[in-house]
Structure formats: C-alpha cells, structure tokens
Design a protein around this ligand. Structure first.
Ligand code: ADP
Ligand code: ZN
Length: 734
C-alpha cells in the first residue's frame, strides 16, 4: 500500500504554498507548503526542512509560481512566536541582495543572527508578598519585609541583595507562605533613555547646526544630512539632539560606530546625556546578551542601539533615525561573504523606511562631500572647537633634514618634544599603523627574506611573542636563530619598524618613562578598554599605538601626538590613498589638546610638500578636498564613475588566470563600461589560493549589476577549486 500525502496532511486543496528564503546561496526563495491550521504571512520567521536538516527561513513576498504540485513539497515545520520582518525590512534585504549581487538568502541570514531569540524570552520567576507573616521575626526578616512591602515582584536574588540578607532568609520566609511565586516578563537589557535627562546648552554654531538638523529630523521623511566639523566641535552633542527628537516622537534610533568594541567611552557619554546606555550590538557580545538585544529590538523594548555595521540588519520594530558616526571609516565596508558598505546601505535603509539618516565626520569621504556639494545631502558645518579647547599646532618634521640616529626611526626633533612633554608631566602619543616589531626579516649573509608559505606576504616579527607571523592568514613560527637558506647563525636582521620596535627606541631614550604599547594583537577588547581608561587617568607617559588609538578616545592630558611615518599609507596604489592618509592623520592629531592645554602634532615625513601633509599642517582641508575631487572627476572614479571588482581565486595559478580570462571574454559590449585586467592581485596568494582581479569601470549612470550578472552568466562555470567574489563599489584593491 502506498500512502497518499492527503491522508497525512488533509485535503490538498486546503494547502497553500509560500516562498521561503533559506540561508543558502540560492538565487531565489524555495517553495514550501503551509500545513493546515498554521498561519503565516510574508515576513514570518519559520523553521523548514532543507535536505537532511532543519533551517530557519523567512516567508517571502511574491506569488509562488504555482508550477509545483503542493503534494510534492515539504511543509513548514514551525512558525516562531516572533514579530514578522516588516515590509520595509524585506524590501531592504532584497535591495541589498540585488545591489551587492549576493543570493538573497545570505543577506536575509544577516537579519537572523540570534538563533535562540526567535522564541519569546521565558518569564522570570519572582516573589510577591502575601498577607501571611512569619511566626518568628528577626531583624533580617524585618528588612526583607520592609523592602518587599512596595507590593512589587522581586526576584529571589534581587530581593536578598536589596535587603542585604542571604537568599536562605528569603527561602525561609517563602516556605512559610509569606511570599507567593509569580512570573514576570524578563527585564530589559537596558533602561529606557530619557530625551530630557541632561540636555546641554548649545551655543553659537552648534545651535544653528542643531536647528538645521532638527528641521530634517522633524520632517519624519527620508533625507541625508552630513555633519562635518573638526574633532571636538560638538558633532556628537548636536546629533544627540536629533536622537532626543526621534525618541520623543516614539521611534527607535540606530547609531553606527566603526569600532564599537572600543567605544566604552561613547556608551558612558550617551548615558550622561540620556540617563541610560544604548543597547550594544557587535561581534563581541555574549550570546545571551545578543539574543536579548535582538528580541527586544524587534519588540520595541530597546529604543536605541549603538552598533557595528551588522546592526544595520537588526529588524527594528519602528526605526526612525540612523546616525553613521565617522562615516568615512573603511571599517564600514564588509569584505567577506556579503560585500557591502554599511554607510551606503544605511542611506538605502532610510530611503526605504522613509526616515532621516545623518552622516557624521571630521573628515568626510570624498563621496559624501561631493553629495553635499551637489545638494543631495544637506551639509551641516561646525567650524570651531567647543569651549576653550584649541586645535593642536601642527608641524612637519622633514626626515631628510632631521634624520633619526642609525637604527632608529624617531628624529631628534620628535625625541626632543617627547622629553619636554613628559617633563611637564603631560602625555605623548606616538602613532604607527604597524603591528609587531618589524615588517620584514632578512638574512644579512644570503639575503633570504622570510615569507609566508601560503601567502604572498612577508612574515612580521612579533618580538614580545618571539614569533614571526603572517598578517593575512595567521601563520606563525618561532623566530628562527639561523637562516633556513644558508644556515648562518645570528645574522638575521629586522627591517623597518612596528610599534614594538618604536617602544624599544623610546625606552632607550626615556628609560624612566612609563611606556605602553597599544595594539590589537597584544590584548583582547576587555584589557584594551582598561588600558585606555588607565591612560585617560594619566597612568602612562608615552603611548605607542596602531590605528586603534585614533578613534574616539579622550585623553585629557595628551598634548603631543607624533606620527612616526606619515608617508606609510601613500604608496599603495589605492585611488583613495591620499584621502585615507589625510583622514587617519587628522583623526590621530585630533587626539591632542581636547582640554584647553596647548598641544602639538608632529608628522615625520620624507615628502613634506605632499598635498596631504600640506593640508594637515595648513588646516586648509577645503583645498585638499577640491584637489582630490578634481582628480577623481578627471579619472571618472567614484563618485563620478563606478567600480566593481571581480576576484577569481583557485588552488592553481593557471586555473585562476584562465577563469578570469574566460569571464573577461564573456563580457557583453556596453557603451561606457570598460574592463581592466585580469591582472594578478597585489596579494597574489592568500592561504594557498592564487588570486586574479578584474576591475569593471563604468560611468556614473552605468548599470554595473546587469553588466556583471551578464558576464558571470555567459562566462565559464565555476568548477573545481575556482571561486569568484563580486565586490560592488570596492574599497580595497589588494
Ligand atoms: P566631536 O563629536 O565633534 O568630536 P564632541 O561632541 O565630542 O565633539 O564635543 C567635544 C567636547 O566638548 C566633549 O567633551 C563635549 O562633551 C563637549 N561639548 C561640546 N558641546 C558642548 C555643549 N554644548 N555643552 C557642554 N559640553 C559640550
Ligand atoms: Zn599567510
């Protein structure tokens, strides 16, 4: 006998078919049957069978094509008791998928990054006072009764803590019927922010900026404002006003920050203004917290989230404002799996949800700046530092005229200023964006250079650890004593500096100073937060750091910032090299003089005439931007033209190159779109995979997605070890 599925599931006619997006690299949603009695709607988060497993998916929009026999379909297993993804959220996910040329299921997966949060949070067991009283009274019991007499429900441990007794006292009372057990909703992850908690008095340019910004926010429809003002001008204070207005209007707020794990000081500042912290969202959250935040964002319990780029994919109940702080920061670009720029996608989300978006930076990206000039974004300008905080004096140290001592990297000019600064009991910061001790090790006898076995990159010496490491794949080995090539002992030399080597040099000059090295490889986030607080309290004289010291920290006693190698980022062939260097160096020198003390920033450079150096020391960023904008326009680079990267990788060099060539040959001919390459990538080998790049260059109005899609469809099939990555609006060219 064969079983007809009708017998199992009821009459076929009653069964509906819906599309469900599953977390798979499939081009479209799959069809599933809805069992009788189950209610689903577009956006419902569901569990469905997929192959031998169950996965979480989302019921999607659109009619099912009807071509499939419902009897042959597998059925939705379960609908989670969770608000469905809103129509705006679904439109946003579809848009991101189409724009980035990513399968929609992989984009939807980013909105579902908290697996245990789809079911409601369990109720919490609590105690409430009854009319019964204990037979025998003690002072401890009296304290408990006094506390609990407010009629509210208390958790066992919360009440014990509040009354200052041990939990056994509570248990004793409960066993005599003094308390009854009740269930209450789980507590919120963060308290409610109060827009009126501590509103600042805005004056001068800040007031006008706030008026302009509030005008945009109170329209309650899509617009993009660009707040541009030097570090310390009060940009944060001004956008806090926009947040307050949005909270008063009963809508949720998302603040994107480039390095959330390091922004403990931001959370505190928010708390000082609003009386409660925002909920955090980033990859370092404990899983339980993560689930709570996700759930409470969807239910609307959480009103403000401060998060890394992935927070853009949280399914807010009623989002009404996105702030993108440090909008120029390259950390907003994600370059694995789904390649997207959170700054740009934030603007898209605002457009789809019809609410305002605010971009903020002391050094806006050229793209945003041009959008401001063209009137697409509303420029809001803050020209001066708040209060008596003065900008640091900035100067160039010409390394050709003031070379360091043999084997060193600090010019006598900088060393002299460090001495004076710590002599006044103030702090100095030395910035070098290079982890480790030395970027290259070679044998003085045979010239052998230590290279990663799996990548085309040199191994970086980390002397504190006694290792040489690859910064691309993490490969490491003990620092050898002998050259593996010629066998000579003790003739290996370190070439160039990293922060550890600068620390060594500083210690030679200032053996009694308290020196600290801040580098992501030396400590975890927790430790780093503690170190940053200690530095702010003055517990170090000289701080040597990589770019993680550049962002957001306020060191009140820091009056000297030395840039060890201002030329470092200029020579890498990236069209944004000058812009990036300008942004990073401005940000680092902006760490100095935030409290009114006279301060100094020094740039060590071999190219003192370079426009970047001139722009920074003259303070004339307008001239620099005009020059950059002109260059971009001439070369039709973004935002005057469009780029897309195609990166082909394979286990063998020939396969990668052959496939890249095949793609190029398959490209359609379209007026205004040209293909460069294939060329071997600057990082030709990563983790044993050979890489070739194609760069598609189009006009501003070119349809890059259609072009690239056509090229991939007509090109050779991906087989064997070949893989193709698409990067629309690439930021990296390595
Ligand atoms: P930015 O974000 O532009 O770097 P901030 O908003 O951080 O500037 O302001 C710099 C400093 O000045 C902060 O310590 C901030 O608290 C203070 N500040 C700025 N504006 C005001 C104001 N109107 N009232 C009180 N303090 C302010
Ligand atoms: Zn490697």
């Amino acid at each position: 006998m064969t079983l007809d599925s009708t017998d199992l599931f009821g009459p076929v006619l009653d069964r509906r078919v819906v599309p469900v997006l599953v977390p798979m690299p499939a081009p479209r949603a799959y069809s599933y049957a809805v069992p009788e009695g189950m209610a689903v709607e577009p956006g419902s988060i569901v569990q469905v069978p997929l192959g031998p497993r169950f996965v979480v998916g989302v019921v999607w929009d659109g009619e099912d094509d009807g071509g499939v026999d419902p009897k042959k379909l597998r059925a939705i297993e379960k609908v989670f008791d969770c608000p469905p993804l809103s129509p705006e959220m679904r439109a946003f996910l579809d848009w991101v998928a189409a724009y980035t040329l990513t399968p929609p299921g992989l984009v939807a997966r980013m909105a579902l990054r908290a697996p245990a949060a789809f079911d409601p949070e369990p109720m919490v067991e609590a105690l409430r006072l009854t009319d019964m009283r204990p037979e025998r009274m003690t002072t401890a019991r009296e304290r408990v009764l006094a506390r609990a007499s407010d009629g509210l429900s208390w958790t066992r441990s919360g009440l014990a803590h509040a009354a200052g007794v041990s939990s056994s006292v509570i248990d004793g009372l409960a066993s005599q019927g003094v308390f009854e057990t009740v269930f209450m909703p789980p507590p919120p992850v963060v308290a409610l922010p109060d827009p009126a908690f501590a509103a600042p008095r805005l004056e001068g340019p800040q007031r006008q900026a706030a008026v302009d910004l509030l005008a945009a926010v109170e329209e309650r429809k899509f617009s993009v404002s660009l707040i541009d003002g030097i570090t310390g001008s009060g940009k944060t204070e001004v956008y806090f006003e926009a947040i307050a207005a949005t909270l008063r209007a009963g809508r949720q707020v998302l603040i994107l920050l480039p390095e959330i794990a390091l922004t403990a000081s931001f959370l505190e500042r928010f708390q000082d203004r609003f009386g409660a912290k925002p909920a955090e969202w980033h990859s370092d959250l404990a899983p339980r917290t993560r689930e709570k935040v996700w759930r409470q964002v969807t239910t609307g319990q959480v009103r403000v989230v401060a998060g890394a780029r992935s927070a853009l994919f949280l399914p807010f109940e009623e989002l009404g404002l996105i702030i993108v702080d440090e909008e120029h920061d390259p950390a907003y670009k994600q370059e694995d799996r789904v390649f997207y720029n959170a700054r740009d996608m934030a603007v898209v989300r605002g457009r789809i949800g019809n609410f305002p978006v605010v971009l903020v930076s002391a050094t806006p990206s050229v793209e945003s700046r041009v959008n401001g000039e063209m009137g697409r974004y509303r420029p809001i300008h803050l020209p001066t530092r708040y209060g008596d905080a003065a900008l640091p004096d900035l100067g160039i140290v010409d390394m050709r005229r003031h070379p360091p001592e043999r084997g060193g990297f600090l010019s006598p000019v900088l060393v002299n200023h460090i001495g004076k600064t710590i002599g006044r009991s103030q702090q100095a910061l030395l910035f070098l964006n290079r982890r480790g001790y030395a970027p290259l090790t070679l044998c003085r006898v045979c010239g052998h250079r230590f290279q990663c076995p799996d990548c085309s990159s040199w191994l970086v010496e980390h002397r504190f650890r006694g290792q040489i490491q690859c910064h691309h794949c993490g490969y490491s080995e003990r620092t050898p004593e002998a050259c593996p090539e010629c066998g000579t002992l003790d003739h290996l030399v370190a070439c160039g500096p990293g922060v550890e080597r600068i620390a060594e040099e500083v210690e030679r000059h200032f053996p009694d100073a308290r020196t600290i090295v801040l580098s992501s490889d030396l400590m975890g986030v927790k430790r780093l937060r503690l170190e940053l607080e200690a530095i702010a309290r003055g517990e170090a004289d000289i701080v040597i750091g990589t770019q993680l010291v550049a962002k957001g920290h306020n060191f009140p006693n820091m009056t000297l910032v030395g840039i060890v190698d201002a030329d470092l980022g200029l020579a890498n062939g990236d069209p944004r090299a000058a812009e990036r260097t300008f942004q990073l160096l401005s940000q680092v020198t902006g760490r100095a003089g935030r409290t009114g003390l006279k301060s100094l920033g020094l740039l060590q450079t071999y190219q003192p005439q370079h426009p970047v150096m001139q722009a920074i020391v003259s303070g004339d960023s307008d001239a620099f931007y005009q020059r950059e904008i002109h260059e971009r326009e001439r070369a039709a680079l973004p935002p005057f033209g469009r780029l897309a990267s195609i990166i082909v990788s394979a286990d063998s060099r020939g396969d990668a190159e052959g496939h890249a060539r095949g793609l190029r040959n398959a490209a359609p001919r379209v007026d205004g779109i040209a293909i460069l390459g294939p060329a071997e990538a600057p990082l030709a080998l990563i983790r044993g995979r050979h890489r070739f790049r194609l760069l598609v260059h189009g006009r501003r109005n070119s349809d890059m997605q259609t072009f690239v899609r056509a090229m991939i469809a007509a090109g050779p099939k991906e087989r064997g070890s070949i893989s193709v990555q698409l990067d629309i609006d690439p930021q990296s060219f390595l």
